[in-house]
Design a binder for this molecule. Structure first.
Ligand code: NDP
Length: 259
């Protein structure tokens, strides 16, 4: 890409001063710098109006040296997340949240993969785990993690069950899983009682305990001895999410330059 004079560029917008969001944005900027992607940060005050934010997104949509636009979530309550995400043009939607990209993921014909689920699929593939015919249970059905995760597993011919807060017999269902993905947002909720002997356990959760320690949705110490593979928190899924964001930005830059 360098030889062709193409320099991938990512714009990251952060509104307000949520400390967790700040950490995520810094991590993304750092990886951009490490691998040679141009990153532009737009740090806006919490009282930014929706129209001001939309105007910035529209400006970035037209900016030639920016190939990916990321709006760090959550946004302040007075701003409608959906309206903002839908304003990003699909070609620069490197988070894959736009309905066009979500639809493409559904039919298995996509340009960008959603960052966290795609990072997980890469971990699974790199670990040599064959998903065909496996029972995969995803706990959580958010648009960002749970639903696209289930779809990517299905594309790999797994038999997929999605669980959520209204699921009955959660423990029993989880215990059927060859691959268990926890994307709940509840600290250490998945104990060894939820896990079949030899299962693969993927922990997406990022929860801060009162003592500031970062833990996942899985109680790592009780679960790990029963697994054939498990992702830790911190580490594991978090860094892979950023890796996919970088890949998506490079893909967007290549497409914009017909490469
Ligand atoms: P959401 O809050 O959007 O979704 C949580 C899901 O968990 C919902 O579907 C909810 O069900 C379900 N749930 C809540 N309580 C229970 C319960 N007791 N039993 C079963 N299901 C339950 O969260 P996200 O999907 O955005 O994120 C999940 C976690 O992953 C968070 O900790 C987040 O910080 C982390 N995360 C980590 C990333 C990474 O890069 N590592 C990236 C993105 C998120 P219902 O739909 O019925 O409410």
């Amino acid at each position: 890409m360098k030889e062709a004079g193409v320099h991938a560029g990512l714009a990251v917008i952060i509104v307000g001063d949520d400390p967790a969001s700040r950490v995520y944005v810094n991590n993304k900027k750092k990886m951009c710098a490490d691998i040679g992607i141009l990153s532009e940060e737009y740090a806006l005050p919490a009282e930014t109006t929706q129209e001001e934010l939309l105007n910035l997104v529209r400006t970035l949509n037209d900016k030639k040296d920016i190939h990916g636009i990321l709006v760090q979530l959550p946004l302040p309550k007075h701003i409608d997340e959906k309206t903002v995400l839908n304003t990003i043009v699909p070609e620069k939607d490197v988070d894959a949240f736009h309905p066009v990209n979500v639809g493409k993921i559904m039919i298995g014909d996509f340009d960008f993969l959603p960052c966290t689920p795609a990072g997980i699929m890469e971990l699974i593939a790199e670990s040599g785990i064959d998903l065909e015919g496996k029972n995969c249970v995803v706990v959580g059905r958010s648009n960002i993690v749970g639903k696209p995760m289930a779809m990517l597993l299905l594309h790999k011919n797994a038999t997929v069950t999605i669980c959520h807060s209204k699921t009955r017999n959660l423990k029993e269902i989880c215990k059927t899983a060859d691959v268990l993905v926890a994307a709940v947002g509840r600290a250490q909720m998945i104990t060894d009682e939820y896990v079949k002997e030899g299962a693969v356990v993927i922990d997406v959760g990022m929860n801060r305990l009162e003592n500031k320690k970062l833990v996942g949705d899985v109680d790592f110490d009780s679960v790990a001895p029963h697994t054939s593979a498990i992702t830790p928190v911190p580490g594991g899924v978090g860094p892979m999410t950023i890796v996919t964001l970088m890949k998506n930005t490079v893909t967007a830059a290549k497409k914009a330059n017909n490469m």
